[in-house]
Ligand binder design. Structure first.
Ligand code: ADP
Ligand code: MG
Length: 448
């Protein structure tokens, strides 16, 4: 009886988990777990290694409570027994078009990079210029410029694109170099596979022999202590041999919940940020994507889309793809009306017509007697920084938009710079009568 109940509960949990994770994750993490014993109070699970235990608890602690006995609220009553087993069948992970995953069984494979992620197709603007130049620098002199190169920025802003562009470039210009390119998830899976196959040394050697090590989305390493150590050892070994490392992440190193040791390693070389592209860059990106699809979009329409889709390049691409499909299918001309109709759910809320960020910048420039281009530019002199911060402060106050969106008007500055500026003005204005008057003057100007 008990055996039936126990198998049932675990199988039900597996059924549930299967719906909530990828097939690869399911194969790698959940299938190897065995139920050893079951009572009303506790279930004993055999796991092949500590990582599987951590994975299970990190991802399913609350869900496990619904299927298995509990000790207290949110605390499933599980005893773990570490019992390595020899895997009969090592599953190969499926690589998606943009992911490059090399498994332990594919040692000799040449990394496959997304064919369209190249430097030539990466549209440059103030928000990503620095990151692109750094990436090109690293690609032309791997191991001899910045090491590691750490690229961070929000979702869909081109981090993976730059990583693959480096890969393509090195593949064709430094033919003898060994390249390892992997997602952080892939790295963790690889480590688990090699623990299972008792081939950890082989895996370590493989990574440490690379001349170029590209690792994508390192934020997925957070709260995975054991993987972190292995990756950090890999970094150290590579850096000591002057081998090039490039890392991408959605946050800068210091904001990742990782150990000081690995954060210090990641900050060692050059940390570059990719911001949200400004309007002109968004238009240029749209144009490039449309051209690549053989689609002609009138420039008025390009501006219309770029004004409404602003936080993510992937969405810009999605807009072009959708338009292209519609026009081909229905043989229609691209007009603003068509765009509005067909991209309805994609168009983000643009700032209110009557108060725009440009409007604010213009008024601030007039009151502080500087040029609009200075406010939008990168000069750090006191005379420019103050009005720029005032413009940011007023934009936050007067326009109900995300800080990310507002920040994109200021030369791709980050939303934390933006917040800092707002706080700084609040503080200064508290005991600076002149500044308060100037700010009020701008406000009145804009509202009149
Ligand atoms: P991330 O890795 O930062 O989430 P990706 O590199 O996957 O973003 O980029 C998302 C999509 O947007 C990709 O198809 C990429 O080619 C495109 N993209 C992003 N930035 C640019 C750019 N500056 N120029 C051209 N295409 C870009
Ligand atoms: Mg990516």
């Amino acid at each position: 009886m008990t055996t039936l109940v126990n198998a049932d509960c675990w199988l039900q949990f597996l059924d549930f988990a299967k719906q909530h994770c990828s097939a690869t994750a399911y194969e790698n993490w959940l299938v190897p777990i065995e139920v050893l014993n079951y009572s009303d109070e506790q279930v004993t699970l055999a796991v092949p290694n500590i990582f599987v235990k951590e994975y299970l608890l990190d991802n399913y602690r609350a869900d496990l409570c619904s299927f298995l006995p509990v000790r207290g609220p949110g605390d499933p009553s599980i005893e773990f027994v570490i019992r390595p087993r020899i895997a009969l069948n090592i599953s190969k992970k499926e690589a998606t078009s943009s992911d490059v995953i090399l498994t332990a069984t594919e040692t000799l494979a040449v990394p496959l990079f997304n064919h369209s992620y190249r430097f030539e197709s990466y549209v440059e603007g103030p928000s990503n210029q620095f990151a692109k130049s750094a990436a090109m620098g690293v690609a032309s002199r791997p191991g001899r410029s910045y090491n590691p190169l750490f690229i961070h920025g929000g979702v869909g802003l081109g981090k993976t694109h730059l990583l693959h562009a480096i890969g393509h470039y090195v593949q064709s210009h430094h033919k003898k170099m060994k390249i390892q390119s992997i997602t952080t998830e892939g790295f963790c899976n690889d480590l688990v596979d090699s623990l299972r196959n008792k081939s950890v040394d082989q895996m370590k050697r493989r990574y440490r022999e690379a001349d170029l090590f590209l690792i994508d989305d390192v934020q997925f390493l957070q709260s995975r202590l054991n993987f972190e150590e292995e990756l950090c050892n890999t970094f150290e070994s590579l850096i000591n041999q002057n081998k090039q490392i490039v890392i991408t992440s959605d946050k800068p190193p210091a904001q990742l919940k990782l150990s000081e040791r690995i954060v210090a390693r990641m900050e060692w070389g050059l940390v570059v940020h990719i911001g949200i592209p400004e309007l002109e860059t968004r238009v240029a990106i749209l144009q490039a994507k449309a051209e690549a699809k053989g689609l002609k979009i009138p420039s008025r329409v390009l501006f219309f889309i770029a004004e409404h889709v602003f936080s993510n390049v992937r969405q810009l691409e999605g807009a072009v793809n959708k338009l292209s499909a519609q026009c081909r299918l229905m043989n229609l001309d691209i007009t603003e009306e068509l765009v509005e109709k067909s991209l309805k759910e994609m168009l983000q809320q643009a700032p209110k017509e009557h108060i725009s960020v440009d409007h604010i910048i213009k008024s601030v420039a007039a009151v502080f007697q500087v040029r609009m281009s200075d406010i939008k530019g990168s000069s750090r002199t006191k005379e420019i920084v103050l009005p720029r911060q005032v413009a940011m402060y007023l934009a936050k106050e007067m326009i109900k938009e995300s800080l990310m969106m507002l920040a994109s008007y200021f030369n791709g500055r980050t939303h934390s710079t933006f917040l800092h500026a707002c706080k700084s003005i609040e503080k200064k204005a508290a005991d600076d009568e002149l500044l308060r008057r100037q700010i009020n003057m701008v406000r009145q100007n804009i509202e009149s």
